[in-house]
Design a protein around this ligand. Structure first.
Ligand SMILES: CSC[C@H]1O[C@@H](n2cnc3c(O)ncnc32)[C@H](O)[C@@H]1O
Ligand SMILES: [Zn+2]
Length: 448
């Protein structure tokens, strides 16, 4: 492995195999400082400074020429259903309940572990290509998801999505699947992959079953990942059935704590936001999916930030987004808040960038999300030569409002290089495998 950047071949597969002590030279930070970044072989950032390369050239196994790039923290996608890449474009322009019950759930009934593996491989590829280094994922056949994630090298919090509709036998089966996943992930000893429990939503998991999930999350000290207050119908039905809002119901059943990551929150009331703040729960905001599924209201960011709720960002699945580009998500979040709440100052560029990075790392409990000594090296180098980054009056503005997934040049997760100058090993094999897997899923469904 050469130590010289000009002789490093992007196709040298050794580059992508493990974390090595690395020096990134001459990159720009969002505050426009030109710096070198040095991280060690454990993937921990050790030093950042204007000219530290002389001191560390000898220590580094790899030198990345960062000139002409902007370094930002890797992006955190805190709510997704990764394998739904296979359902991209399968059912569009519908309202959530009809979309789920008439199109998505009937097709998902035909899923196998192999589909989930290939769908997740494709999702990881798409995420890495657009600068995402971590995901919070809820789906089925999650051991297959874990295998795909491990191969890709990103971070992931994984849960088996629990849907019981009140059926006790189903709960037993879903809890077994969860326990099995928790055991499996722990046995793999990959510090980047962690298990969680995933009651799908208060409308698919009744209160007595939510209590079981809350207790499990507490006992195992794992994240509880759920959907919350996505549509008005969900809130109205919950009021009718339980005499309280979905957020209050989560609280009553013990599901609201600092371990909770709840997706959406479009229809949260001010009281709900206060409750979430008091419990230290996190909201994963998914503006593209919300707008596409016409949820009818934007998450009340002004109330949530006032109550000090940590709000992170997610794409949701590829059937309601229809991609996994967190740059698109940042811009949509910032402009959706301004438009819906009629406030030109709400969710400015710097805040939306933090939402996609440090808030995401905080929600998922990783010691990362900022480019800072002592934190993990989750770093994304954007090309300053890409049209979306020219001119560079304000780097933070460009990241939030004009950059795209394709502006990303190099991606590093926990010090390991996942994409180098646009090259990701085995990209074509993944695209071919996922494409035939999607065809197979639709063929199986058509045969029945
Ligand atoms: C039980 S695994 C997860 C489950 O959630 C479905 N899903 C995808 N997007 C959404 C959404 O926006 N709201 C609610 N549920 C959603 C997915 O298809 C799986 O069935
Ligand atoms: Zn979802």
């Amino acid at each position: 492995m050469s130590k010289q950047p000009d002789t490093t071949s992007v196709k040298d597969l050794e580059l992508y195999t493990k974390t090595r002590s690395t020096l990134i030279t001459g990159t720009l930070l969002p505050d426009k400082r030109k710096v070198d970044i040095w991280y060690d072989e454990t993937g921990t950032i050790r030093e950042i400074g204007p000219d530290i390369s002389h001191a560390h050239k000898g220590d580094a196994d790899i030198i990345i020429d960062g000139s002409g790039t902007l370094a930002i923290p890797g992006l955190y996608n805190t709510h997704t259903h990764a394998a739904m890449t296979l359902l991209r474009g399968y059912a569009d322009d519908m309202h959530l309940q009809q979309w789920l019950s008439e199109k998505i759930w009937p097709l998902e009934a035909h899923l196998t572990g192999d589909h989930v593996y290939w769908g997740t491989k494709l999702a990881c590829l798409e995420m890495i290509r657009s600068g995402t280094v971590a995901m919070n994922d809820m789906y089925f056949f999650m051991k297959d998801t874990a295998r795909a994630v491990e191969e890709a090298g990103i971070r992931a919090v994984l849960c088996h999505g629990i849907i019981t509709f009140g059926d006790e036998a189903k709960l037993e089966q879903e809890m077994k699947a969860t326990e099995d996943l928790v055991r499996h992930i722990r046995s793999q000893n990959n510090p980047l992959i962690r298990p969680a429990i995933g009651p799908h939503a208060p409308y698919t998991v009744p209160p007595q079953h939510l209590e079981v999930c809350a207790e499990y999350s507490r006992n195992e000290d794992i994240i509880l990942h759920t959907h919350l207050a996505e549509t008005k119908q969900e809130v109205d039905d919950c009021q009718k059935t339980n005499g309280m809002s979905p957020a209050a119901l989560l609280d009553k059943t013990g599901c609201l704590s600092s371990r909770t990551v709840a997706a959406h929150g479009c229809w949260l009331t001010e009281d709900d936001c206060r409750l979430l703040g008091e419990r230290g729960a996190h909201i994963a905001h998914n503006p593209v999916s919300n707008m596409k599924l016409a949820t009818g209201r934007a998450m009340p960011y002004h109330h949530l930030s006032e109550k000090k709720v940590n709000v992170s960002l997610g794409t949701d699945g590829c059937s309601s987004n229809n991609n996994l580009d967190m740059f698109e998500e940042m811009k949509t979040a910032a402009i959706c808040q301004k438009f819906f709440w009629n406030s030109d100052t709400l969710l400015p560029a710097g805040e939306v960038l933090s939402m996609a990075t440090s808030s995401g790392a905080r929600a998922l409990g990783y010691s990362a999300g900022e480019i800072k000594p002592g934190l993990s090296a989750d770093i994304c180098l954007l090309s300053l030569n890409h049209p979306s980054m020219v001119p560079l009056h304000n780097p933070v503005s460009n990241v939030a409002y004009s950059a795209l997934g394709c502006t990303v040049q190099t991606v590093i997760c926990n010090g390991k290089i996942l994409m180098y100058e646009g090259y990701i090993p085995q990209e074509q094999e993944i695209i071919t495998g996922a494409s035939s897997s999607a065809t197979d899923l639709l063929d199986r469904a058509a045969r029945q």
